[in-house]
Unconditional design. Sequence first.
Length: 263
Amino acid sequence: MTNRRSPILHDKPGQSPSNRSLERGVEILRAFRPGSELLGNSDLAERTGLSKATVTRLTQTLVGCGMLQADHPSRAFRLAPAVLSLAHAMRTGSTVLSIAAPLMRTLAETRRINVGLACPDRDEMVYLESIRYNRRIVLRHVVSGQRVPMELTSLGRAYLAAAPSARRKALLDSFRLKRGAQWPALEQQIQEAIKSVKSQGFCAASWQPEVVALATPLVTPDAIYVLNCSVSSTEPLTAIVQELHPALLQLGRQCRVSSRLEP
């Protein structure tokens, strides 16, 4: 399975040609995911679609730059600590996160629910923050940096509702290819979610058993973020939506006012 970059799914600013060597190096780093912490050159070649010779050169360079560590007994590589420092710099430098996090925590503590902030990366959503105060004990723990499928989640569907039309079309086309026979039913759910966001400001989904999540987009001049809240509950989805959607929409308004996105 390859993981090649789509120019439509990820915009590049400016008109200058892309630096192919840099792009390929980034693809090597992107290949590492939870559950795939240790990868050899053959694994990386398969995941990126690059030749093994190219991968060998890139991994040597990334080790030299301190972005990868070589695991000599297994002849494989893992991400180096420097990558974590980059993530920390991103989080501490995020204006939206600094504004949203205290408001999210207040809502999570007051209502005893889970509250998150995420942004898109290709065809997935990445959590920037996840504050967990679920009313029931659950085994699933969501943390900063965790990815979830865009097409299945309220986070992703809220993003699709706010995304530029060309981006949304490209993403829907990619989901159609990926999901095959599942796509007609899934497309209907996505379109209903988009209509819900446009008419009510939020959408809801329950893509995991007994977990209901609501999401609303937070559009800034530079990017589109999404706020969500969720609970683990056996109550009907409609009851959870009725209970939580005013608080979620209020959180979105507070974030927009605090960040001066609206008066």
